[in-house]
Design a protein around this ligand. Structure first.
Ligand code: AMP
Ligand code: ZN
Length: 469
């Protein structure tokens, strides 16, 4: 069975053919670490994790590279705003470097809680300044750059294919300056900064020497330089959220292809946004967003959110509701309970290898092969578990193999299961503290339990607890 992916470049589903047989190089744009990642960002990372897991399922050996944007991402797409890292530093009274370190760690804590596989290569932009300067030098030599008061810019008029990812109408819009407010010195509103110069008299926290003067790299430059360094001049698959199509990825293509004369990526995959009712898209700059750690605070296993994401195809917008997460949590618990029962049958301690020719296995593979149809893949698991004609060991073998792709940790005990005695006695001790109206102690115990992966809730029927990690 051949994996088909929807390629934003060209706008249709295509069979995936890697550059090198059996191998897949994947570049995914990483977080801008000036704030916590919100659950919208995490939707995109869950989609990308699903892609990597599906590639592995189809037998590819995957090399996945993710950047960490710790410099150069400005608040305005017109390259005129402030660096988001400096905003974060000011907000918290810390250095930009401390902000980067803190939010990188916070990001991977969330990332792992959602059971996303760690990338093979992680590259912070500040570690690749030399590679970025070298890339600008190549572009300079080839005549793609020009200098204005605040930096070195890419001249989009010199790259005839500019905008091919987003389509012609988008480019026309950019040319008219409709989407990005114009910097009057730019030759064309779509032109973008490769290297920005620190303003005279200004001492930025993050700045470097360059052949053009002290300054910092443009945001788009980092992904071109790091992707090509780790995956070669042409890479198999490049991913990100849908917002990246129009500007960030469009500019990455212009720089990379301008420099090498070769296609930058053969497949471009984009996840649609998570939106929240009337508030629309969730964004870090707007504040008031929901993070992964809000989930256990509300008594949900973060993987219930992963399950929730799997219920909607990645090319459809995902409307976030807490009711939806609650339903997903019930679904996840339901699956885990059925699997716990299968595991209890002693003969099944060792799951059978799945029969790759079985109809349900083929159905699952077909769903994945059809542009990562996770809702369909998940439905197949339910179908298998409910099929009374299937022997238990076959069910278990299949479900555990399928879970390698879905990443739901289905072997984990369902929420209503037994707690280890030491945790159970903490729950009881907390209950006693509440009875004694010692709320300080009961709160401390609640926090201590949460750290150990148990959330407790006081209901009219007494205390209820749940495993959340
Ligand atoms: P950032 O940290 O802002 O650079 O974004 C990290 C990733 O999250 C990028 O791939 C974005 O395209 C993606 N992203 C941003 N907002 C959303 C959203 N509301 N829903 C889904 N993905 C998003
Ligand atoms: Zn990028």
């Amino acid at each position: 069975m051949r994996l088909q992916l929807y390629n934003t470049l060209g706008g249709k589903k295509e069979e995936f053919h890697p550059l090198e047989a059996g191998k897949a190089g994947v570049y995914t744009c990483g977080p801008t670490v000036y704030h916590y990642a919100h659950i919208g960002n995490m939707r995109t990372y869950i989609v990308e994790d699903g892609l990597v897991r599906a590639l592995k399922f189809f037998g590819f050996s995957v090399k996945r590279v993710m950047n960490i944007t710790d410099v150069g991402h400005l608040t305005s797409d017109a390259d005129t705003g402030e660096d988001k890292m400096e905003i974060g530093a000011r907000r918290e009274g810390k250095s930009a470097w401390d902000i980067a370190r803190f939010y990188t760690e916070a990001f991977f804590k969330d990332y792992k809680a959602l059971n996303c596989l760690m990338p093979d290569v992680l590259c912070p932009a500040t570690g690749y300044i030399k590679e970025m300067i070298d890339l600008v030098l190549v572009l300079d030599k080839k005549g793609f750059t020009y200098r204005i008061g605040d930096g070195i810019y890419f001249d989009t008029a010199k790259f005839p294919e500019y905008g091919k990812l987003a389509g012609k109408s988008h480019v026309e819009g950019l040319r008219e300056g409709a989407r990005v407010e114009a910097n009057p010195e730019k030759r064309n509103p779509a032109d973008f900064a490769l290297w920005k110069l620190s303003a005279s008299g200004e001492k930025r926290q993050m700045e470097w020497d360059s052949p053009w003067g002290v300054g910092f790299p443009g945001w788009h430059l980092e992904c071109s330089a790091m992707a090509m360094k780790h995956l070669g001049e042409t890479i198999d698959i490049h991913c990100g959220g849908e917002d990246h199509v129009a500007i960030h990825h469009t500019n990455e293509i212009a720089q990379s292809e301008g420099a090498t004369g070769k296609p930058f990526a053969n497949y471009w995959l984009h996840a649609r946004f998570l939106v929240m009712g009337d508030a629309g898209k969730m964004s870090k700059s707007a504040g008031g967003f929901i993070t992964t750690s809000t989930l256990p605070e509300k008594g949900y296993d973060p993987l219930a959110y992963r399950y929730y994401c799997l219920l909607t195809h990645y090319r459809k917008q995902l409307e976030f509701t807490w009711d939806g997460v609650a339903a997903a949590a019930r679904g996840l618990d339901g699956l885990r309970s059925m699997i716990a029962r299968l595991l209890e049958e002693s003969a099944l301690k060792k799951a059978h290898r799945p029969d790759k020719n079985a109809a349900y296995y083929l159905k699952f593979s077909e769903a994945l092969a059809d542009d990562l149809n996770m809702p369909q893949a998940l439905a197949t698991i339910w179908e298998v578990l409910r099929d009374t004609a299937l022997p238990s060991e076959e069910k278990l073998g299949f479900v555990l193999a399928a879970d390698e792709v879905l990443g739901l940790d289905l072997k984990r005990a369902p929420a209503e299961d037994v707690l280890p005695p030491e945790l159970m006695s903490m729950v009881e001790e907390r209950q006693q503290a509440r009875t004694n109206r010692d709320f300080k102690k009961s709160d401390e115990l609640r926090k201590a339990l949460l750290e150990k992966g148990v959330s407790v809730e006081d209901t009219p029927k007494g205390v209820r607890w749940k495993l959340v990690k």
